[in-house]
Design a protein around this ligand. Structure first.
Ligand code: SF4
Length: 361
């Protein structure tokens, strides 16, 4: 289980002010200095709206508070080590963390949206067999600051008038495995005194940490995506070891119980592997499985990788035939276009550049 880490990177006896959401920051400041909510709000806005790190620069805050904060606290920031641009417009940011580890965020432009795919852990414990991040194992959870700083710092690189429109928690890591830090981070993203994203435009993806799904729903009104990728228990166990702990039946029951606001649907991600889960029988079974759940299906043709020679991508015709079965029964279905493959930013590839960089050192 993740713990909430409020220590300032590089100065562990001080507190990182960016690890709190607005309520948490007020509680901490009230305990430290007995300040009122108005003053806490001004500190919060300096951190997230003005992007100020040094408490001495919090000019809308009383001087004694500024001086106290400068002694006992600070505000962390990610260090951008590499920015890679794909020919298709996708941009990958590799952030070097204070302890030498690295994480990635991917900015994906589309016709009417600009989506940031964010990381929540260094590595990942879930071990999905098709995913390069899973090869790293879990190295550590990100702090709330390290999660919420990704959209803040990427936004700061964009030209005036260009704004990130959507956040998807689908980068390195299983977000619900780090729920304790994810919740304050997303509160900051949603807060109109901070990053001010609409809850309709934030999607948290999970492989199916069933007990945490209800906790997420109780904490935040965000969209849910479930990485399903199979239509039988046996098939899913082969590619997603989490199925041994929480069966697919248990996962789908949790989806049925997930409190969706009216008009909202759960997105089911379905990575397609040739000859494994891409048959028309699979498509028919998928429809059966999702019966009764407000759903949409995102088909993701597997991005082939030399590290996984046994896994192959289906042809476009096979993907279309699969989609046709779903659509003919009224299931809302999209096919995800592969983006950023030339910079290892496509689905399942995150962590690869990190390994390459480590080798090059
Ligand atoms: S697909 Fe997601 S949950 Fe699975 S190993 Fe990769 S990062 Fe972890």
């Amino acid at each position: 289980m993740a713990t909430v880490d409020h220590r300032l990177p590089g100065a562990p006896d001080r507190t990182d002010l960016r690890t709190f959401d607005r309520a948490g920051l007020h509680a901490w400041l009230a305990e430290q200095l007995g300040v009122d909510e108005g003053l806490s709000l001004r500190v919060f806005k300096h951190l997230w709206q003005d992007g100020r790190d040094d408490p001495h620069s919090f000019l809308r805050v009383r001087r004694d508070v500024r001086e106290h904060l400068a002694r006992v606290a600070g505000a962390s920031r990610l260090q951008a080590e590499t920015v890679l641009d794909s020919a298709d417009g996708t941009r990958k940011f590799l952030w070097r963390l204070h302890d030498g580890h690295a994480i990635e965020s991917v900015l994906i432009p589309d016709e009417d949206r600009l989506t940031l795919c964010m990381s929540t852990q260094v590595g990942c414990a879930m071990g999905c067999t098709f995913c390069l991040t899973g090869d790293l194992g879990l190295i550590r959870h990100l702090t709330a600051a390290e999660i919420a700083l990704q959209p803040m710092q990427v936004q700061a690189t964009l030209p005036p008038g260009t704004r990130i429109t959507n956040l998807v928690l689908m980068g390195m890591g299983e977000p619900l495995h780090n729920l304790e830090n994810l919740v304050p981070a997303l509160s900051v993203c949603l807060d109109d005194h901070a990053l001010n994203f609409s809850h309709r435009r934030i999607t948290v993806s999970t492989v199916g940490l069933v007990p945490k799904m209800a906790e997420l729903a109780a904490a935040l009104p965000v969209n849910l995506a479930v990485s399903l990728n199979s239509t039988t228990e046996e098939q899913r166990r082969q590619v997603m070891p989490i199925t041994r702990r929480h069966s697919m039946a248990e996962l789908l029951d949790a989806c049925r119980a997930f409190p969706l606001p009216s008009g909202k649907r759960i997105t089911f991600e379905y990575v397609m592997f040739r000859g494994f889960n891409d048959s028309l029988d699979d498509a028919a079974r998928l429809l059966q499985l999702l019966r009764g759940i407000p759903s949409k299906v995102n088909l993701i043709p597997y991005n082939e990788n030399p590290d996984r020679p046994l896994l192959q991508r289906p042809t476009d015709a096979e993907v279309k035939a699969f989609q046709h079965v779903l659509v003919s029964q009224g299931m809302s279905t999209s096919i995800r276009t592969t983006r950023g493959i030339d910079i290892s930013a496509a689905c399942g590839q995150l962590g690869k550049a990190r390994q390459q960089l480590a080798l090059a050192r």
